[in-house]
Design a binder for this molecule. Sequence first.
Ligand code: PHE
Ligand code: ZN
Length: 849
Amino acid sequence: MKDASPQTVYLKDYTPFGYTVEHVDLTFRLSPDATRVISRIRFAPNPAATDRTFFLHGEELNLISARIDGAEVSPEVTDKGLTCEVPDTPFTFEAEVEIAPARNTALEGLYMSNGMYCTQCEAEGFRKITYYPDRPDVMATFDVRIESDLPVLLSNGNPGPRGEGHAEWSDPWPKPAYLFALVAGELEARSDVFTTRSGARVDLNLWVRPGDLHKTEWGIEALKKSMRWDEEVYGREYDLDVFNIVAVDDFNMGAMENKGLNIFNSSAVLASPDTSTDANFERIEAIIAHEYFHNWTGNRITCRDWFQLCLKEGLTVFRDSQFTADMRSAPVKRISDVIALRARQFPEDQGPLSHPVRPESFQEINNFYTATVYEKGAEVIGMLKRLVGDDAYSKALDLYFERHDGEACTIEDWLKVFEDATGRDLAQFKRWYSQSGTPRLSVEERYEGSDYTLTFRQTTPPTPGQAEKAPQVLPIAVGLLNPNGDEVVPTTLLEMTEGEQSFTFPNMPSKPVPSLLRGFSAPVVLDHEASGEDKAFLLAHDTDPYSRWEAGRSLARASLIASILERTEPDAAYLDGLKRLVTDPALDPAFRALMMSLPSQNELAQVLHEKGVTPDPDAIFEAVESLLRAMAERWRDVLPALAEEARVSAPYAPDAEQSGKRALGSAVLGLQTRLDGGAAAKAQFENADNMTLSLSALGALVRADAAEDALAAFETRWSGDRLVMDKWFGIQIMLAPPQVAPDRTRALTEHPAFDWTNPNRFRAVMGSLAGNHAGFHRADGAGYEILGEWLSRLDEKNPQTAARMASAFQTWTRYDDERRAKARATLERLYEKPGLSGDMAEMVGRMLG
Ligand code: PHE
Ligand code: ZN
């Protein structure tokens, strides 16, 4: 039996809380096993509400005493919260509770990480700190007093008086409780100053454990770039005297946007050239920006309820991707985002976990911090911007900030701002928020007289709870090329609103080649049976970088599918066309590296599944391997020159230019290793003077099954660095030959450094197993079993991280009967486990259907 019968919450049931909170005073007497939290909350009846039930959330709290307007009261307490008789005029509620941060392994609420106290309150963690209406539409100003002998004591807002053993903080901006934060520990800071556009001085600090200061420079630089960018592009200034960031080693997610006190997983903020890859640097820059941007999109304007999560997350992801596009290369960023969307969001949207960007019900909100809410949520905003145009988008955003500052809003409020700013009716567009599933778009061409007509058809397959789908608004960016390669119609936006719709381009002297869905203008699957010839033509001539890349991608996909189904040799014409591109010195090396990347094995499995073929993970693995071998053979003559071109002689910098070269170099090294068995990779490993080169060499060696010495050397050198050791654990599983992946995973769980209660370490091992497609889906079920065991174990300590990782099983029904039986048995065993968390029960329940 499950822990407690899980409660489903519905969007349609929303009602406002019966009371507003005018102000909160909190005092913390910190102690690992018995922290006292003393709260003083000023409530008033909420004129906008009818229900006056006074219920405060509270979980795992030991209530010591409670008072209303100074008089002791005895509330009725359950394991979910308390209720109490209260006056019908404004009143002050006080409570003293005791909590045990040292025993908090779920990392939600107040917990400890390496002797340091920290908090995580989103989404519903504040209720583990004290009794409170823990819902985002209750906003209040907070004053906080922290009592502890630890040297650094932090909370939200501006610092107040600091004395021996205590500190005070005051946050003047009303906020929901999920943005509350507290940190206490022995920390050191890298400090800086930012002057806002209007001349206000902001003190910046990035707090870390002693010993990590050398990894803080990049984070502070990224923060300053983000602050400047948000002023320049969105007109948004920072609004407090200080901005603190803290790095913690034990953290369930990437980072958290607590007002004025962002808390980061150390993997999402700490960087140095020795220990971090180019990809790490780029990700850190993006996450710092993301959390900073939340100050306006999330904090100043927050969500009315958790169904509206995409209001802050979709928008903030969209903003951080604009930022990255501006800081680095816009086409490279766009292509990388499409790769990530297809790898993470499409499988979710096309399987048992499919849900709308704005879900309408949930059991555990922690399970809805998904690629759909975040990444598809950002795509929806990108479409909106394309449809209304850049100027109208800025106008709408200005109106959003002006109209809703200080409020807790809904998607309706968001869309209304666009309707008011542009005069457009967005009723149909709103389906992007309510319909789940990935729309499929098919195309037919007709050329008659001099009229060229494109006829599109959209359908969305049924998803859980949604059998019927209505047509959605699809912005389809199209360009037309004439047969000599010139662009005859530059990018044009077709606005599709019907299930089937035609668009005619008159006066075309010859039949053009269409370049469809430029820039990936809508998050759909494009079923376009273009000929290999047309694709090769677009690969050579398309002016839109995304479409050019996609032409190559779809040739690769076709070649791989043919080799899986018909045992054909890799497509030589494709390899030669790609070779011309990859060796073209006029093209950005980062783009060339992206051109060399192949569709993932998971994506190929999905393509086969949609064709009605049961995917065989081993056959998919073999097809990818033989394509890479063929590529290596066919490009043998140009690999040395490419490797030379990818060499960086300047001192290491994690910028777009150098990273692009190293990405190209890494792709080339992968091919070279297929020819030389690892000689070039060994040399690179030995001479590497930065982590990017070191890790790409190590990866190539692991893949070639020639990494034993390198892995040992790497471990010896980096055993003292947690973040680097996560890479060491991860890479040898992720890139292991599939047959050995499950056994290697099991062996590594016995390694003394497999500190599995640390979410980063758990993910490094189990997430990498899940990422090794043919290894995880090994025919004997060993991959499923080991992941199932560890999910079960972690669920007892940290349900949130365990439940997230369970989504590795989301595609289980695609495979053959034997594999399905094994996956089902694993999931059922988990589901039946006594005391399983609500988080895990919801995830596994949805996957079992
Ligand atoms: N709100 C955080 C972000 O996206 C993510 C997060 C959610 C962190 C829940 C912790 C817990 O920026
Ligand atoms: Zn976010």
